[in-house]
Write a protein that binds this ligand. Sequence first.
Ligand SMILES: NC(=O)c1ccc[n+]([C@@H]2O[C@H](COP(=O)([O-])OP(=O)(O)OC[C@H]3O[C@@H](n4cnc5c(N)ncnc54)[C@H](O)[C@@H]3O)[C@@H](O)[C@H]2O)c1
Length: 375
Amino acid sequence: MHEVRIGIIGGGLMGREIAAGFARWCALTDVTVRPVLTAVADLNPAALNWFEGIPSCTLRTTDYHELINHPNVDVVYAAVPHNLHEQVYCDTLAAGKDLLAEKPFGLDLAAARNILEAVRRSGRFVRCSSEMPFFPGAQRAVEYARSGALGRVLEVVSGFHHSSDLDPHKAANWKRLSAVCGAGGVLNDLGMHACHVPLRLGWRPERVFAQLQKGYPRRPDGRGGQAECDTWDNALLHCWTQIGGEAVPLRMEMKRLAPGATNTWFLEILGTDGGVRFSTAEPKTLWQFERQKEQWWKRTELGFGTPFKVVTGGIFEPGFPDVIQQMWAAYLMERAGQLEGRFGCATPEEAVASHEIFAAALQSHSTGSVVAVAG
Ligand SMILES: NC(=O)c1ccc[n+]([C@@H]2O[C@H](COP(=O)([O-])OP(=O)(O)OC[C@H]3O[C@@H](n4cnc5c(N)ncnc54)[C@H](O)[C@@H]3O)[C@@H](O)[C@H]2O)c1
């Protein structure tokens, strides 16, 4: 097994999740590459303490420059607030390291394009994090869409919902501040998740009409005071795309105010002959539509049919930590030239395309008009 040494910048929610995914790498049975966490950088020394439990992670630093310049790091995973993406990603590439970048790949479209230029200049292997399409149900939906069974595609819905902003007492964090999260707000936060599969299927939105909504303007700041929260919380993007030479409605939904939803990613594709639905709210369930003399929605209980094989029993159900691990397997195997037709991580070009959609959506909302998507 070939070892790849990983350094994590940002040891918060996602930094720890990824480190935990590496720690159970032995679950994977058909990969030739193994990530070894060698370094972590976080401004907050308390965040670094958790990494003391990982023996291979010998460099724990508050200065990410030390990590990117360390010879014991081959690949950097960066999970920092959005206003730092451009600087941290470009510095990582300039230091000669490969990168799995967190979404949204920069604060806005200009930042994403600058990062893409840096990627091309550097020649490094770079992908953008988006793990939900690695759910077995999502993989089956993609295969189904590619099979031709849909007939003429009538409409597509792709979205990501959660509801944690419904609670007015929840303390604000940087994701609720435009200066740090970006003017896109929820578009930056959840948008890549909704864009990844449509973009991968070649269903790029050409025009968009967007409806954006804000949440509570103030929240507790966690220190006894109040923080101003100015980001968009919900976004509905009504788009036109081209599929099979026809204009097709494509709706993307990103919500932090979705009653009842925790972390729900979903995809529905309807055609004249067939259809498919998958939601992580029912992680084992795939719905497929069939039209013959009668019409049916067939419900299949899926097992653990992940792109990369695992020791986990085939009848068991997958979850978030599993798809994080699958995404990393895809990143490392593609980097090693061994993806072999399996679903790959979001590319830098797809990440920029998602920002082109967000920029058009922001313009559409502010002008109340339909806006052409650049690119
Ligand atoms: N793929 C997903 O499902 C998913 C889920 C959540 C968040 N994210 C993305 O991951 C990224 C991080 O989000 P999070 O939820 O982990 O945030 P977080 O706030 O939990 O963690 C961010 C960490 O970065 C550290 N940090 C800030 N400035 C730094 C600097 N200059 N150098 C080093 N460390 C620094 C903070 O101290 C913090 O520990 C964001 O881009 C976010 O959009 C992705």
